[in-house]
Design a binder for this molecule. Sequence first.
Ligand code: GUN
Ligand code: FE
Length: 456
Amino acid sequence: MTDKSTAKVFCATVMQTPAPNEVEVIKDALINVGADGVIISVTEPTAAPYRERMQAAREAGQLSVLAAGKYLLPGLIDLHIHAPQWPQLGKALHLPLYEWLEQETFPLEARYADTAFARTVYESLVSNLISNGTTTAVYFGSIHSEANKVLAETCLRHGQRALVGKVAMDHPEQCPDYYCDPSAETAIEQTAELITHVRALSGNDRQLVRPIITPRFIPSCSDALLEGLGELAASTDCHIQTHCSESDWEHNHVLARLGKTDTTALNDFGLLTRHTVLAHSNFITRDDFDIIAETRTGIAHCPLSNFHFANSIFPLRAALDKGLRVGLGTDISGGPSASMFDSCRYAITASLALEDGVNPSLTPEVRGLRGSRIDFRHAFWLATAGGGEVLDMPIGKIAPGFQFDAISVDAGADGSNITVWDGIDNGIDILQKIVFGATRTNISDVWIAGIKVGIH
Ligand code: GUN
Ligand code: FE
């Protein structure tokens, strides 16, 4: 990071989705950002103070003007990433979840006992995610304290807003000997220690990087561990993340072990709060919907991963219609893409598959689930403002009081797949084209907490 925490003013065409089906395009908006990285004002050219503010910014040497063809969008919020799985992105996806974990993922994650290996991988991961426009990342680490600290420090050094969790997993029948917390007590202790460490990290005064309590999923955790982490969450006021009702195998395993669904069990363990992020939640029942709504728990929908491991598609539209908080996750590496624009696209595709159904031997009346589709507006909202609501943080919108976490999208960048036609495409058309066509090559600048961070 070379940029400094100073007041800044941007003049740019803003494109965003403040609500799930609302697009806002403000041409040549003036965005005043305080030295603390928080947006002070967004002024439209027709507003009275526009000229005066523009003049003042210019005189103070604070003004940055985005070039024609570049658009300012809120930064992307990835609610579900397994940091140690980065080296296996795009590998082993022919296996079902259980075998994938046993044969590929646990052996890889066990390697993070080697802190030097962690340093190399996490450096690559964080810089790649930022270059893809991910300004906030919610990470599962591994079981290893030192590697998890390296991950938190790497995010802080790169200036990425992040939540970092020590994966807790102690169940002797579900975890291999070589990758298992020795006891519930040690896993709880190490989780507590990471919480304290991350909060006190030097240079983290504004809590750009935060801890998150991370029981892997119910099958890999003992009851004592889940209960202890629930108590820890209450005493530390910390975020929580876990997997919930992801696949047939996982959902049925929990029903057989505990006689209740993941959602009910997690709630009984004190793990569903306003600051919980549940990955997947594909098989949630009507009662589960109610519990998630009452506890104000958030959901990380991971559509690409779901195509590989979930045996189903998350009922996203039903969740949104019920007012649940939902955002998007890549689920690296269950989802083999680091791009949140890909997550948007897969969320749309998945919703269309759910709506129409996919089995041509069925009649249209019974083939799909009516009312399931979303469009580009919902998808971009999920990847930005929706993710911010899940985390209960002022991110995901370019609006006063929100953090200036933003990306500049250059539609005409070298190698761009987006073509904007003068006289044909209006602002809303351009945002659609970005959601459907943007790749890393289009992301020309990234700011987090008002600071321009390095991309490559
Ligand atoms: N369930 C438990 N662990 C994992 C994981 O690493 N990825 C996915 N997709 N599901 C899980
Ligand atoms: Fe996952």
